[in-house]
Design a protein around this ligand. Structure first.
Ligand code: PHE
Length: 342
């Protein structure tokens, strides 16, 4: 048999590459095919190239042109095969190479997600508090100092306003020119609601708050709070305790004891830390108290006419207790293997 000419060899090579890359279905086969045809040292393309020197001088330009065309075609084959292997990989397809694709078979079921555990907790809290007559109010996460501090009776000199303890924004409010920050508490919504509605008020507000804490098992620079506010005639601490006890009993599923420890918040007087008794342990769930008369005045309410209570509970804490999660960071790692348990 006569020896193949350079051009004929190129054609044979092109055909072989075509069928080889076309059949590639796995990363391993892809790599094999790449080395076989495009390998820098022993690749088939390379060894043909080396024969270029033996081509008659007059034929060389045509041979070179053809060689480059074939080389580009093979490289394009490689690109297509890479894409194909990636898509097959992403769709978890286990159709082995060469197997016939049967479109009448049921497709791959796609994995169904579900609500994040914190979102589930929020929905449940809304449900429980809704049964107690509380409606849901909302407020922005980027706030001015009036809502986050001033109207809440937190004076300019109060350490809670320290820039190191808050996420102040680099840009001021474009209308007022006043500083802005990520809210550090949902108590902002108390003010927003009271400013826009006359008493009586009975709301909860659930959302994100931000503090520059270093993340550890119990801290995270972003977390969620549930704020509660009830304003009416002759509201007392007994009402506060009853509501929190009913809430805790509903959420934790059995009769729960509540304990108030004296505390201080500029916007409540008196102020308490609320603890729930659960599994023979006292667990702190948040702060509460009777709304300070200064706050009522700041929003234009008459403290001689109405009184009220407010509370702020940590939602992560409630969620973590319920599900025995012992590290808050797990909630925000976005690891599906963790999240799909709930
Ligand atoms: N805003 C307080 C905090 O974040 C909690 C609180 C809310 C206390 C309402 C009293 C009344 O710590």
């Amino acid at each position: 048999m006569a020896e193949l000419t350079f051009l004929e060899q190129l054609d044979v090579l092109a055909e072989a590459a075509d069928s080889t890359f076309e059949a590639v279905r796995t990363p391993e086969a892809l790599e094999e095919a790449r080395i076989e045809f495009l390998g820098a040292k022993k690749g088939k393309l390379k060894s043909i190239q080396k024969q270029m020197g033996q081509v008659e001088k007059a034929d060389r330009p045509a041979a070179g042109k053809r060689f480059n065309e074939i080389k580009q075609a093979i490289e394009a084959q490689l690109e297509r095969a890479i894409l194909r292997v990636q898509t097959l990989d992403a769709s978890d397809s286990d159709v082995p190479s060469g197997e016939i694709f049967d479109p009448s078979l049921p497709g791959n079921a796609c994995r169904l997600g579900h609500l994040h555990p914190i979102t589930q907790t929020i929905e449940e809290l809304k449900d429980i508090m809704g049964r107690l007559g509380f409606t849901v109010a909302d407020g922005p996460e980027v706030e001015g100092e009036w809502y986050n501090f001033e109207a809440l009776n937190i004076a300019e000199s109060h350490p809670a306003r320290d820039p190191l303890d808050n996420f102040y924004l680099a840009t001021a409010n474009s209308n007022s020119g006043l500083p802005r920050l990520l809210r550090s508490q949902t108590s902002t919504v108390q003010i927003r609601v009271m400013e826009s509605t006359p008493p009586p008020v009975r709301i909860i507000s659930l959302g994100r708050v931000y503090r520059p804490d270093t993340a550890d098992a119990t801290h995270y620079p972003m977390f969620h709070q549930m704020e509660g506010l009830l304003i009416d005639h002759q509201v007392t601490m007994a009402d506060l305790k009853s509501v929190l006890r009913l809430f805790a009993t509903s959420y934790l599923g059995s009769e729960v004891h509540i304990r108030f420890r004296p505390s201080f918040f500029p916007f409540t007087e008196p102020s308490v830390e609320a603890d729930f008794r659960w599994h023979d342990e006292w667990i702190e769930f948040g702060g509460a108290g009777m709304v300070d008369p200064n706050v009522l005045e700041a929003v234009g309410y008459d403290p001689e006419q109405v009184t009220g209570f407010a509370f702020g509970l940590g939602i992560e804490r409630l969620c973590m207790r319920r599900h025995a999660i012992n590290d808050i960071r797990e909630l925000y790692r976005n690891d599906v293997r963790f999240l799909q348990q709930f």
